[in-house]
Write a protein that binds this ligand. Structure first.
Ligand SMILES: Cc1cc2nc3c(=O)[nH]c(=O)nc-3n(C[C@H](O)[C@H](O)[C@H](O)COP(=O)(O)O)c2cc1C
Length: 200
Protein backbone atom coordinates (compact mmCIF):
# COMPACT_ATOMS: atom_id res chain seq x y z
CA UNK A 1 0.00 0.00 0.00
CA UNK A 2 1.43 3.37 -0.88
CA UNK A 3 -0.94 5.72 0.93
CA UNK A 4 -0.32 8.43 3.49
CA UNK A 5 -1.61 7.47 6.93
CA UNK A 6 -3.62 10.31 8.52
CA UNK A 7 -4.25 9.90 12.25
CA UNK A 8 -7.05 11.95 13.79
CA UNK A 9 -6.91 11.79 17.57
CA UNK A 10 -9.48 14.25 18.86
CA UNK A 11 -12.54 12.72 20.49
CA UNK A 12 -14.48 15.61 18.91
CA UNK A 13 -15.64 14.44 15.48
CA UNK A 14 -15.43 17.31 13.03
CA UNK A 15 -13.37 19.34 15.49
CA UNK A 16 -10.61 21.79 14.73
CA UNK A 17 -7.70 19.37 14.44
CA UNK A 18 -9.77 17.04 12.29
CA UNK A 19 -10.73 19.91 9.94
CA UNK A 20 -7.05 20.83 9.63
CA UNK A 21 -6.25 17.21 8.89
CA UNK A 22 -8.95 17.11 6.22
CA UNK A 23 -7.48 20.16 4.50
CA UNK A 24 -4.01 18.63 4.68
CA UNK A 25 -5.42 15.39 3.19
CA UNK A 26 -7.09 17.30 0.35
CA UNK A 27 -3.71 18.80 -0.43
CA UNK A 28 -2.16 15.33 -0.54
CA UNK A 29 -4.93 14.15 -2.88
CA UNK A 30 -4.50 17.20 -5.10
CA UNK A 31 -0.97 15.92 -5.79
CA UNK A 32 -2.27 12.45 -6.58
CA UNK A 33 -1.49 10.94 -3.20
CA UNK A 34 -3.71 8.41 -1.46
CA UNK A 35 -4.94 8.98 2.09
CA UNK A 36 -5.88 6.38 4.66
CA UNK A 37 -7.51 8.12 7.65
CA UNK A 38 -7.98 6.55 11.05
CA UNK A 39 -9.90 8.12 13.94
CA UNK A 40 -8.52 6.84 17.21
CA UNK A 41 -11.85 7.39 18.94
CA UNK A 42 -13.51 4.94 16.57
CA UNK A 43 -11.10 2.18 17.60
CA UNK A 44 -11.08 -0.21 20.53
CA UNK A 45 -7.73 0.54 22.13
CA UNK A 46 -6.35 -0.07 25.59
CA UNK A 47 -3.35 1.68 27.09
CA UNK A 48 0.01 -0.06 27.40
CA UNK A 49 0.04 -2.03 30.66
CA UNK A 50 3.87 -2.18 30.84
CA UNK A 51 3.58 -5.96 31.14
CA UNK A 52 6.96 -6.18 29.37
CA UNK A 53 5.95 -9.28 27.40
CA UNK A 54 7.11 -7.42 24.29
CA UNK A 55 10.64 -7.20 25.68
CA UNK A 56 11.03 -10.87 24.79
CA UNK A 57 9.02 -11.00 21.55
CA UNK A 58 8.79 -7.51 20.08
CA UNK A 59 5.04 -7.97 19.79
CA UNK A 60 2.17 -6.61 21.85
CA UNK A 61 0.05 -9.22 23.61
CA UNK A 62 -3.01 -6.97 23.87
CA UNK A 63 -5.47 -8.13 21.25
CA UNK A 64 -7.37 -5.02 20.22
CA UNK A 65 -7.52 -2.70 17.22
CA UNK A 66 -3.83 -1.83 17.56
CA UNK A 67 -3.13 -5.11 15.83
CA UNK A 68 -4.52 -3.58 12.62
CA UNK A 69 -2.69 -0.27 13.17
CA UNK A 70 0.81 -1.77 13.30
CA UNK A 71 0.74 -2.93 9.66
CA UNK A 72 -0.63 0.45 8.55
CA UNK A 73 2.27 2.29 10.18
CA UNK A 74 4.69 -0.26 8.76
CA UNK A 75 3.48 0.15 5.19
CA UNK A 76 2.45 3.81 4.82
CA UNK A 77 4.39 6.14 2.51
CA UNK A 78 4.18 8.91 5.08
CA UNK A 79 2.23 9.82 8.18
CA UNK A 80 0.43 12.90 9.44
CA UNK A 81 -0.94 13.07 12.96
CA UNK A 82 -3.37 15.66 14.31
CA UNK A 83 -4.16 16.42 17.94
CA UNK A 84 -5.92 18.98 20.10
CA UNK A 85 -3.94 20.30 23.05
CA UNK A 86 -5.28 18.82 26.29
CA UNK A 87 -3.73 19.95 29.57
CA UNK A 88 -0.62 21.30 27.97
CA UNK A 89 0.25 18.52 25.54
CA UNK A 90 -1.18 16.05 23.02
CA UNK A 91 -4.49 14.37 23.87
CA UNK A 92 -4.55 11.11 25.81
CA UNK A 93 -5.99 9.21 22.83
CA UNK A 94 -2.89 9.91 20.73
CA UNK A 95 -0.48 9.28 23.59
CA UNK A 96 -2.16 5.94 24.23
CA UNK A 97 -1.64 4.90 20.63
CA UNK A 98 1.99 6.05 20.73
CA UNK A 99 2.72 4.15 23.95
CA UNK A 100 1.48 0.96 22.31
CA UNK A 101 4.56 1.14 20.05
CA UNK A 102 6.75 0.16 22.98
CA UNK A 103 6.83 -3.31 21.39
CA UNK A 104 8.47 -1.79 18.30
CA UNK A 105 11.00 -0.03 20.49
CA UNK A 106 12.02 -3.41 21.90
CA UNK A 107 11.90 -5.05 18.49
CA UNK A 108 14.04 -2.36 16.90
CA UNK A 109 16.56 -1.46 19.57
CA UNK A 110 16.84 -4.60 21.66
CA UNK A 111 15.76 -7.59 19.61
CA UNK A 112 16.72 -6.67 16.05
CA UNK A 113 13.50 -8.17 14.70
CA UNK A 114 13.08 -8.12 10.94
CA UNK A 115 9.57 -6.62 10.85
CA UNK A 116 10.80 -3.34 12.20
CA UNK A 117 13.55 -3.08 9.63
CA UNK A 118 11.27 -0.41 8.23
CA UNK A 119 12.07 1.74 5.31
CA UNK A 120 13.81 4.85 6.58
CA UNK A 121 13.13 8.42 5.66
CA UNK A 122 9.39 8.33 5.14
CA UNK A 123 8.10 11.79 6.07
CA UNK A 124 6.07 12.59 9.16
CA UNK A 125 4.00 15.74 9.75
CA UNK A 126 2.38 17.05 12.92
CA UNK A 127 -0.76 19.20 13.28
CA UNK A 128 -2.15 20.59 16.52
CA UNK A 129 -4.68 23.10 17.81
CA UNK A 130 -5.12 24.61 21.27
CA UNK A 131 -7.38 27.18 22.88
CA UNK A 132 -4.70 29.11 24.69
CA UNK A 133 -1.84 31.14 23.26
CA UNK A 134 0.85 29.36 25.26
CA UNK A 135 3.46 28.08 22.80
CA UNK A 136 4.92 25.71 25.41
CA UNK A 137 1.85 23.47 25.05
CA UNK A 138 2.27 22.83 21.35
CA UNK A 139 6.02 22.45 21.83
CA UNK A 140 5.38 19.80 24.46
CA UNK A 141 3.08 17.88 22.11
CA UNK A 142 5.51 18.26 19.22
CA UNK A 143 8.40 16.92 21.31
CA UNK A 144 6.49 13.67 21.92
CA UNK A 145 5.47 13.42 18.27
CA UNK A 146 9.12 13.73 17.21
CA UNK A 147 10.14 10.90 19.54
CA UNK A 148 7.36 8.77 18.10
CA UNK A 149 8.28 9.46 14.46
CA UNK A 150 11.90 8.66 15.17
CA UNK A 151 11.08 5.37 16.87
CA UNK A 152 8.86 4.15 14.05
CA UNK A 153 11.35 5.23 11.36
CA UNK A 154 9.58 8.28 10.03
CA UNK A 155 11.49 11.48 9.39
CA UNK A 156 9.79 14.48 10.99
CA UNK A 157 9.56 17.12 8.28
CA UNK A 158 7.33 19.90 9.61
CA UNK A 159 4.42 20.93 11.79
CA UNK A 160 1.56 23.40 11.91
CA UNK A 161 0.28 24.41 15.33
CA UNK A 162 -2.56 26.88 15.87
CA UNK A 163 -3.30 28.57 19.18
CA UNK A 164 -6.29 30.56 20.40
CA UNK A 165 -8.87 28.29 18.74
CA UNK A 166 -11.39 26.63 21.01
CA UNK A 167 -15.02 26.13 19.98
CA UNK A 168 -15.80 23.18 17.73
CA UNK A 169 -15.27 24.25 14.14
CA UNK A 170 -13.80 27.64 15.08
CA UNK A 171 -10.85 26.90 12.77
CA UNK A 172 -13.23 27.63 9.86
CA UNK A 173 -13.03 31.28 10.88
CA UNK A 174 -9.35 31.09 9.95
CA UNK A 175 -9.33 30.19 6.26
CA UNK A 176 -5.61 31.01 6.12
CA UNK A 177 -4.95 28.18 8.59
CA UNK A 178 -6.93 25.68 6.52
CA UNK A 179 -5.24 26.91 3.35
CA UNK A 180 -1.82 26.52 4.99
CA UNK A 181 -2.70 22.95 5.95
CA UNK A 182 -3.82 22.28 2.38
CA UNK A 183 -0.60 23.67 0.95
CA UNK A 184 1.43 21.72 3.50
CA UNK A 185 -0.39 18.57 2.37
CA UNK A 186 0.55 19.27 -1.23
CA UNK A 187 4.23 19.73 -0.35
CA UNK A 188 4.11 16.66 1.84
CA UNK A 189 2.77 14.49 -0.99
CA UNK A 190 5.50 15.68 -3.33
CA UNK A 191 8.06 14.74 -0.69
CA UNK A 192 6.45 11.40 0.19
CA UNK A 193 6.13 10.21 -3.38
CA UNK A 194 9.28 11.64 -4.89
CA UNK A 195 10.68 8.17 -5.61
CA UNK A 196 7.37 6.32 -5.85
CA UNK A 197 4.17 6.15 -7.88
CA UNK A 198 1.37 8.09 -6.20
CA UNK A 199 -1.92 6.92 -4.75
CA UNK A 200 -3.36 3.52 -4.26
C1 LIG B 1 -9.80 18.08 28.37
C2 LIG B 1 -9.39 19.32 27.64
C3 LIG B 1 -8.21 19.93 28.00
C4 LIG B 1 -7.76 21.06 27.31
N1 LIG B 1 -6.57 21.63 27.67
C5 LIG B 1 -6.08 22.64 26.93
C6 LIG B 1 -4.80 23.18 27.25
O1 LIG B 1 -4.11 22.77 28.16
N2 LIG B 1 -4.31 24.19 26.46
C7 LIG B 1 -5.03 24.69 25.40
O2 LIG B 1 -4.53 25.56 24.70
N3 LIG B 1 -6.27 24.20 25.10
C8 LIG B 1 -6.81 23.19 25.84
N4 LIG B 1 -8.04 22.65 25.53
C9 LIG B 1 -8.81 23.24 24.40
C10 LIG B 1 -8.65 22.46 23.09
O3 LIG B 1 -7.28 22.26 22.77
C11 LIG B 1 -9.31 23.26 21.96
O4 LIG B 1 -10.70 23.35 22.21
C12 LIG B 1 -9.07 22.67 20.59
O5 LIG B 1 -9.52 23.58 19.61
C13 LIG B 1 -9.77 21.35 20.43
O6 LIG B 1 -9.48 20.77 19.19
P1 LIG B 1 -10.45 19.66 18.54
O7 LIG B 1 -11.69 20.39 18.11
O8 LIG B 1 -9.68 19.09 17.42
O9 LIG B 1 -10.73 18.66 19.61
C14 LIG B 1 -8.54 21.57 26.24
C15 LIG B 1 -9.75 20.95 25.91
C16 LIG B 1 -10.18 19.85 26.60
C17 LIG B 1 -11.48 19.17 26.20
Amino acid sequence: MSTILAVSSSPRRGGNSELLLQSFSQGVQKEGGGINTIRISDLELSPCTACDECAATGECVLQDDMQSIYPLVASARGMVIATPIFFGTMCAQLKMLIDRFQCWWHAKYRLDKPWVKLEEGRPGFFLCVGALKNKAYSESALAVAKVFFHNVNYRFVDSLCYRGIDAKGAIKEYPDALQSAYEAGRRFAVEAYKDQPRGR
